[in-house]
Design a protein around this ligand. Structure first.
Ligand SMILES: [Zn+2]
Length: 487
């Protein structure tokens, strides 16, 4: 399956180009659509959507929940005790709000990081009896080196073509470094997903490409910002037709160092990685319903993923998405607004290294997907939202035009069709369910994504409120709009 987050983001990124995120202001985006006559949400619905929006913009509920998830519980890698505690915590909080909460079981990969060190032990011009430390981190799912590590010459390539050109005789027995640069300028100019999509292929399939030519280990230059010598982890995908070799991401600065020295002469590196892959572990999607008053069988999902990488504390990826969803339920309770359709809050498990939660949900609810009216997922941090993405029939946007007009008051009036809105809701989208996601300003997202610096302070409380307002207003609109959605 290719439903890993990088695929989602790569796909989104392509659409960012055509949509022109951040290069197009909300007003001009508005002009590009013919002005349809008002679709006539009842004045009461319009007033309720505005109430939800305004209440979100002044609430600190989501931020407090995010603080608990990240600072009290911490990182939440699938199979970890923190992931289990987070499942129980989110379930309890949603029960406290009066929702009907279920834990839906899903078996998840259980990979545990070990020791991880790298050092250059031989290189042109080295001072006698010294080494150069290499900052690196194992990729999720990597196999281990021998406990004492391995030592081999490093060959640096910029891309897959260069690797193939070297051929087996110059790769076998060596460590391959993929030194593909993250295009910071592209990210800075509003195309961060595109920059990520370009760089991340080497993390995902680089290790197997190197192993096919006999490499003993693979390194990739971190897929993300390069300012503070941070290695960015993330999942790799071993191919069935290649030996599994240990793999790590090195900080961009260290990738530069290795490539520089290797251009002058042989470079040898000692690499120690001791992660373990344990048996699959039981875990859960948290599924919580705020029952609809008129069409309780029709479901609008509002979601984020609860698991995170282990290096940081999973604030932008994706504690934010979970608390944005929780806030939707909290606001409707606070305002005593009961939606006509059921609003279902879902905290997904295992988006990062398997996407098992989203797939298990679609499978377990297969017979009922016809009643899934829509699904929203937020999984690109909590930067200022400019509007929302939709996946499905283009008519979705005109049906939601009255909502966009309301959201324009907070600078979130852009709407855009995309091919995929989020990893976990993608299986629902494939089944015909219209799906949505906020369009976040993610220009700095990939500086911290999958690193030790994904911590609470990276979330701006005001921008988190803006995301909550957008998602809650969108969810409430979907749950109450008089029309049905095309699919
Ligand atoms: Zn994520």
């Amino acid at each position: 399956m290719k439903k890993y987050s990088e695929v989602t983001r790569a796909t989104l990124a392509v659409i960012l180009i055509t949509g022109g995120l951040l290069n197009q202001n909300p007003a001009s985006a508005q002009l590009s659509r013919p002005q349809a006559p008002p679709l006539g949400y009842a004045p009461q619905l319009v007033s309720e959507i505005k109430q939800v929006q305004q209440a979100a913009l002044t609430s600190d509920y989501a931020y407090r929940q995010l603080a608990h998830l990240t600072e009290n519980i911490g990182p939440r890698l699938s199979g970890s005790p923190q992931a289990q505690t987070a499942v129980e915590y989110v379930a309890a909080e949603l029960r406290k709000l009066g929702l009907e909460v279920k834990l839906e079981k899903v078996m998840v990969p259980h990979w545990v990081r070990g020791e991880e060190t790298g050092a250059l032990t031989n290189f042109p011009g080295m001072a006698p009896n010294t080494t150069q430390k290499i900052v690196l981190t194992a990729l999720g799912g990597s196999v281990a080196t021998p406990a004492e590590g391995l030592t081999a010459e490093v060959v640096a390539v910029n891309n897959f073509d260069e690797l193939q050109a070297l051929g087996r005789e110059r790769v076998a027995g060596k460590i391959v470094l993929f030194n593909a640069k993250f295009d910071q300028q592209l990210a800075d100019n509003g195309f961060p997903g595109q920059a990520y999509g370009q760089a991340v292929a080497y993390r995902g399939v680089g290790p197997s490409a190197a192993a096919r030519l006999g490499a003993v280990a693979a390194l990739n230059r971190s897929a993300g910002g390069a300012d503070y010598r941070l290695p960015h982890t993330g999942a790799l995908r071993y191919a069935d037709d290649a030996p599994k070799i240990p793999a790590a991401a090195v900080a961009a600065e260290d990738a530069e160092l290795i490539a520089h020295l290797a251009s002058e002469g042989p470079v040898r590196m000692h690499l120690v990685l001791t992660p373990q892959t344990l048996a699959d572990a039981p875990s859960y999607n948290v599924v919580a319903d705020l029952k609809g008053s008129e069409h309780p069988e029709q479901i609008v999902i509002v979601s984020g993923h609860l698991d995170s990488w282990d290096l940081g504390r999973g604030a932008i990826d994706d504690g934010a998405g979970v608390v944005i969803a929780m806030q939707t339920a909290q606001l409707l309770k606070q305002l005593r607004l009961r939606p006509k359709r059921t609003i279902r809050i879902v905290a997904w498990m295992n988006e990062e290294n398997g996407a098992r939660g989203g797939r298990a949900y679609a499978e377990d609810h297969k017979a009922d997907l016809v009643n899934h009216f829509a699904a929203i997922e937020s999984d690109l941090g909590a930067g200022h939202p400019l509007g929302f993405n939709a996946e499905g029939k283009p008519e979705l946007l005109s049906l939601l035009q009255p909502l966009s007009t309301i959201l324009q008051s907070q600078g979130a009036g852009v709407t855009r069709m995309v091919e995929e809105t989020g990893t976990d809701v993608a299986p629902l989208g494939e089944a015909g369910v219209p799906t949505f996601s906020p369009i976040q300003d993610a220009r700095t997202y990939f500086n911290y994504h999958h690193t030790a610096a994904d911590t609470l302070d990276k979330v701006n409380p005001k921008e988190l409120q803006e995301n909550c307002a957008l998602v809650a207003a969108l969810a409430y609109t979907l749950a109450n709009m008089p029309q049905t959605l095309p699919r």
